[in-house]
Design a protein around this ligand. Structure first.
Ligand code: GLN
Length: 471
């Protein structure tokens, strides 16, 4: 008889234990998640498609739809890739397979991972399990909503400027954006290649660390990857003695940060101090002043180049026309939604002759300053702490008509992405009944430090990751 599992509460670590002790079979576990999806995903739309048959001998996993999966349609949330069925697995998908993980399904994303709410998905938005009238964040809103609603024990997202950390914050999950170069992007639909990273989303820091250990490491198929300098450690501490935490002094005067977010953040800092951490102030002046404009030049510039490959000749549907040129024009016009079109235009403009130095060139210089100021801060502190998102989850439609308001969601996540540094978001409390995320940033390859600090704080905070309305 199948063990009864409460997928809402089950961590990946618990699920692995059940399978290992043969208290549940991988097929029964897969079926339990499909049942939960059947029950709750009609409302949430976390998944674009599910896989009915378990393919591995371990526990299930959800993958964001930017990750190529052999034989399973991969659209990156775009009409221009509808019907595209990859003939190969992305390296991260292959590593999950090699670890025995079973693909549960592909999760919703803003089109080409461009957005902060999943409302830019060509297939309709996902909804926040804490309150379905609200967005789950983005672009990886599907994975976060799935983990939060017990529709997957864990999942993978991709993060260019905040797409793992921000939805994790808004849905009450733990999410890691790893150090640039530690996880392969081979087979991951490219958005901005100097920024894109793949990373785990789960209910606990230990689950995130475990999944990171499965996907990280050099891949000959992605020349930007390196071997990890030290193995991933599963954290299990109780104190933070000696940990130096820097809080950017700019946080205090950032008007965009809501009061409720601020108080949950400050509460987490007090707990950290009680647990033995040494708190101090660091200075990141360029980050919060120029981080966003810098990102919104570099990311669209790279996107305009990466998206040039969708020409109707190779992937996805093709619009018929009399000439090749017309075919490409019509395919791109009909296939791309408004946000990718906006980014292609912004990026092409920033790269064009006569404007290159003023925009793209200037942004690259700002990026160097960001790298320097983070390096300086992280020479004095082990970890930098900020809120992950300036706000809690917001209503669907609230920012959809205002691209700049949507871009501002990533004010706090963007600077460290430009600097290539790892960031962990953990839930640190509620504001008006909605989850608030604490962002911990570390030095290059500093994931183990983030896991240690995150796990101790997670224990102390005692956040219940199951949305109140589902308890
Ligand atoms: N919201 C940011 C953007 O729209 C970041 C997205 C991401 O990290 N993929 O570009």
């Amino acid at each position: 008889m199948a063990a009864v599992v409460d997928t809402l509460r089950l961590t990946a670590e618990d699920a692995l234990g059940l399978v290992k002790r043969r208290e549940i079979s991988p097929a029964e576990l897969h079926a339990a998640y499909l049942d939960a999806i059947g029950e709750r995903d009609g409302e949430l739309h976390a998944y674009l498609r599910t896989c009915e048959q378990p393919s591995g001998e371990s526990i299930p996993i959800a993958l964001k739809d930017v990750i190529s999966t052999k034989g399973v349609e991969t659209t990156a949330g775009s009409k221009i890739l509808s019907g595209y069925v990859p003939v190969f697995d992305a390296t991260v998908a292959a590593r999950c397979k090699a670890a025995g993980l079973t693909l549960l399904g592909k999760t919703n994303t803003d089109e080409f991972a461009m957005g902060s709410s999943t409302e830019n998905s060509a297939w309709g938005p996902s909804r926040n399990p804490w309150d379905p009238t609200l967005v789950p964040g983005g672009s990886g809103g599907g994975t976060s909503a799935a983990v939060s609603a017990g529709l997957a024990p864990w999942g993978l997202g991709s993060d260019t400027g905040g797409s793992i950390k921000q939805p994790s914050a808004l849905c009450g999950n733990v999410g890691l954006r790893p150090t640039y170069g530690t996880v392969s992007r081979y087979g991951v639909v490219a958005f901005a290649s100097s920024l894109d990273q793949v990373g785990p989303v789960a209910k606990t820091v230990r689950d995130v660390a475990l999944l990171y250990s499965i996907i990280a490491g050099r891949d000959p198929l992605d020349s930007t990857t390196v071997e990890l300098p030290e193995p991933v450690e599963l954290p299990a501490g109780e104190r933070l003695d000696g940990l130096r935490i820097g809080v950017p002094k700019q946080i205090e005067s950032l008007a965009a940060i809501e009061m409720g977010v601020r108080s949950a953040f400050e509460h987490a800092l007090e707990l950290a101090r009680d647990l033995g951490a040494e708190l101090g102030e660091c200075d990141l002046p360029t980050s919060y002043r120029y981080g966003m404009p810098c990102y919104y030049l570099i990311a669209p510039a790279e996107a305009s180049s990466n998206l040039a490959r969708y020409d109707g000749a190779r992937f996805g549907p093709r619009s018929e026309a009399a000439t090749y040129r017309e075919m490409v024009e019509r395919t791109r016009d009909e296939g791309f939604g408004p946000e990718p079109k906006r980014r292609i235009m912004l990026g092409t403009y920033a790269l064009s002759a006569g404007y290159f130095d003023a925009f793209y060139g200037q942004a690259q210089k700002v990026r160097t300053l960001l790298i320097q100021e983070h390096r300086e801060a992280l020479s004095r502190f082990d970890v930098i702490a900020t809120p992950t998102s300036p706000t809690v989850a917001f209503p669907l439609g609230d920012k959809a008509a205002d691209p700049l308001a949507m871009y501002a969601c990533d004010l706090l996540t963007i600077p460290s992405c430009l600097a290539g540094l790892p960031g962990l978001s953990i839930p640190c409390g509620l504001s008006d009944g909605l989850p608030v995320g604490l962002q911990l940033l570390g030095a290059q390859f500093g994931e183990n430090t983030l896991f240690r600090a995150g796990q101790v704080l997670e224990q102390a905070i005692g956040f219940d990751t199951v949305p109140e309305r589902l308890r």
